[in-house]
Design a protein around this ligand. Structure first.
Ligand SMILES: [Zn+2]
Length: 219
């Protein structure tokens, strides 16, 4: 729908729980420090929405895992990202249930413990996001091989811009659209070359094979 496949949907759906859960932890922290009920209330509801959003993010992530072409490096990073995501959802899921049951009966000690759990959840959330970012920015996970090859060719071809004299287009027309990095060096080209190798080119999700002893995909 609208050109959205599972990897794109996963990337889009992740924003909501990340923002909500971090806001929940900050509201809770403010509530413990200031003792104001409004912060606790804001923390409670952002936690509830964030936990639901986190479940949606995990489900879409498991779908994305099963629908992208990848090699061993991506596979390993995906497994770590998945484990961290499940740990994060587990922490905030337990916290949400805990608060649902105990919210109006919590003493200051119990509230302090729940805050410590929330801070642990925030750490897990950061780690999950970090590995998710690595998947995209270091491995181009979710970028179809054909798109990647076309982009490598376009970057290699380079791009002249205003001041270059032979620029055929107006810089104002796409001002701010992109940076004008120098064409890749030989080393950079070599670094991305394996991605476009015939072996990975033919690697479709269904034909992806794993090294002996690698656990199968959990999809
Ligand atoms: Zn794999």
């Amino acid at each position: 729908m609208l050109g959205y496949d599972w990897p794109r949907l996963h990337a889009a759906l992740n924003d909501l729980p990340v923002a909500l859960l971090l806001a929940a932890v900050l509201f809770e922290l403010a509530g413990v420090i200031t003792k104001r009920a409004a912060f606790r209330s804001a923390g409670f509801w952002t936690l509830m929405l964030g936990a639901v959003g986190g479940a949606v993010a995990v489900v879409s992530g498991l779908q994305a895992e099963a629908h992208i072409s990848h090699g061993d490096a991506v596979h390993r990073a995906m497994e770590t990202h998945e484990e961290l995501g499940l740990i994060t959802l587990g922490i905030f899921g337990v916290l949400a249930l805990w608060r649902l049951v105990r919210e109006n009966r919590m003493g200051s000690a119990e509230r302090a413990v729940s805050l410590a759990v929330a801070l642990g959840g925030a750490a897990a959330l950061f780690a999950t996001g970090m590995y998710g970012g690595r998947l995209i920015f270091e491995h181009a996970a979710g970028i179809p091989t054909g798109v990647l090859q076309a982009e490598i060719q376009a970057r290699t071809a380079g791009h002249e811009h205003a001041g270059g004299g032979e620029d055929s287009h107006d810089s104002a027309a796409h001002d701010g659209d992109h940076d004008h990095a120098a064409p890749p060096t030989v080393a950079e080209s070599a670094a991305v070359a394996p991605v476009a190798s015939p072996a990975s080119d033919s690697a479709k999700p269904t034909t992806h094979t794993h090294a002996p002893g690698t656990p199968p995909h959990k999809d």
